[in-house]
Write a protein that binds this ligand. Structure first.
Ligand code: BGP
Length: 480
């Protein structure tokens, strides 16, 4: 325990984040099965994604190719080591381990791939922090079981986790059960229809979306709680968290009604973290759902599972804040986040508003509410960039974004004494965008030569921000 923070602690986890389906490629190699991400037809920001088997034969479909990390990881890990990263948050693809999700024994090639990758990271003193399911599940489970609509998913997921905890014992100790678990319920209407990104769900005509979203969130929370216990039983060293997408919602004006609505909006995200950190599903939530005519499948034994499976640390992705308005017709249509525009903030080309103070706000909120260590699992900016023959690419806009956010983090640490253990920047490499499916929305510290059609040499070219981040890590954030 630190007495108090006067600087970043020596063991601060400076890192980057990646997701398997956005970088690995090799969608049909190594005994891998087909995942929901392999058949996600993307329609641009806010547009619904569709499960569409017709994309399967297209090898150049973006997520089929990724950035070829599956083959190029040995060189890629060296580039990460040159930056001096302390950790890499990356996801494992469920279908590399269990191609359909139902097999009795795992796919040895998938295990071998991840063992080799983790060994290489550890050899460079980079801790692998593993997301167990990042926006994908086996397509077989989606098609035959309805994904997280179904309680049976919990057992398939536990079976997968049991394999991971047993196999990778000693190599991995920090785990994240899901990426952005709150996406099921709390995004814009347009994005709601694409909720299967997280849960693998396809809504059938006439189904009650709110009922399914609440039920699938419940099953994913219950799965998380059971996984925490399983992880501790297999190795007491294991530490388990779960990622929330956090975009603080500020009241647009000082009308008391707007303040109340903004509080309720925030609570609708936080009830998930409340459940997982406090070890019980809040009764007010059940009553609220009942008032809307929604009844969840809650079994008497679930209570004990939540009690026995409280998270060891909390984690969130932070890109932007939003504003809450009484009149929702003023909210921009098709926006990824549900909320209005803040006139005080600049925004990216994709309409994501830039708000470093929002990160400090989120850190304060989590620290005071949960009193658990916090890991920032994603933060970064999407920009359009091109190789012009002059290298490195001068991504000063990215450096400015990152610097402002890291300064806000430092203030949270030192001035507010928030217990934050690490920062994973999105991302080390340009990867396929999760919302648009394109390459052109680039987040990387390292440029990858590939366009939206999958053309390019895939050459990796560190940008100016890669050198900048390496220096920040070397100085342990002293000169921020
Ligand atoms: C987060 C996801 C990531 C990543 C990031 C940037 O919500 O967890 O997978 O993609 O957003 O989003 P995008 O690529 O859509 O701009």
């Amino acid at each position: 325990m630190h007495d108090f923070y006067s600087q970043f602690p020596d063991d601060f986890l400076w890192g980057c984040a990646l997701a398997a389906h956005q970088c690995e490629g090799a969608w049909n190699e190594g005994g891998k099965g087909i995942s929901t991400a392999d058949v996600a037809r993307l329609g641009g920001i806010g547009k619904a994604r569709q499960l569409d088997d017709s994309v399967l034969p297209h090898v150049h479909y973006p997520s089929h190719l990724g950035i070829d990390f599956y083959h190029q990881w040995p060189q890629d890990v060296k580039l990460l080591a040159e930056m001096g990263l302390k950790c890499l948050r990356l996801s494992m693809d469920w279908t590399r381990i269990y191609p359909k999700g139902i097999e009795a024994s795992p796919n040895p090639e998938g295990l071998k791939y991840y063992h080799a990758l983790f060994d290489a990271l550890l050899a460079h003193h980079i801790e692998p922090i593993i997301t167990i399911s990042h926006f994908e599940i086996p397509l077989f489970l989606a098609q035959n079981y309805g994904a997280w609509k179904n309680r049976e998913m919990i057992d398939f997921y536990l079976h997968y986790c049991q394999t991971l905890f047993t196999e990778f014992k000693g190599q991995v100790t920090r785990w994240l059960t899901f990426n952005e678990i709150n996406h099921n319920e709390n995004t814009s209407e347009a994005a709601m229809a694409s909720a299967y990104r997280v849960s693998g769900i396809r809504y059938d005509r006439g189904e009650n979306i709110s009922q399914i979203a609440a039920q699938s969130s419940y099953y994913m929370m219950l799965a998380t709680a059971k996984v925490v216990k399983l992880a501790h039983d297999i190795d007491p060293q294991n530490q388990v968290g779960c990622v929330l997408a956090l975009h603080p919602s500020y009241a647009f004006d000082c009308q008391p009604e707007t303040a109340l609505k903004s509080l309720q909006c925030l609570e609708s995200d936080l009830y998930i973290a409340d459940t997982l950190c406090r070890g019980n599903f809040p009764d007010y939530k059940r009553r609220q759902l009942a008032k809307r005519g929604l009844t969840l499948d809650i079994q008497p034994e679930d209570e004990c599972a939540f009690q026995q499976g409280k998270l060891d640390f909390v984690a969130f992705n932070y890109y932007s804040s939003t504003v809450c308005m009484l009149d929702e017709s003023q909210y921009p249509q098709g926006n990824h986040f549900k909320g209005g525009k803040n006139p005080k903030l600049p925004e990216t080309k994709w309409g994501w508003q830039i708000d470093p103070t929002g990160l400090r706000y989120a850190l304060n909120l989590f620290d005071r509410r949960y009193q658990l260590p916090i890991l920032i699992t994603e933060n970064g900016i999407g920009l359009e960039e091109k190789l012009s023959g002059i290298e490195p690419i001068e991504d000063d806009q990215r450096i400015a974004y990152l610097k402002a956010h890291l300064q806000a983090l430092k203030q949270a640490l030192i001035e507010d004494q928030v217990h934050c253990i690490g920062y994973c920047l999105w991302s080390c490499f340009d990867v396929i965008s999760a919302t648009t499916g394109e390459m052109r929305k680039r987040y990387g510290l390292i440029y990858v030569d590939q366009d939206d059609e999958g053309k390019g040499t895939l050459r990796r070219c560190p940008k100016k921000s890669a050198q900048w981040y390496a220096q920040i890590i070397k100085e342990n954030g002293k000169n921020l």
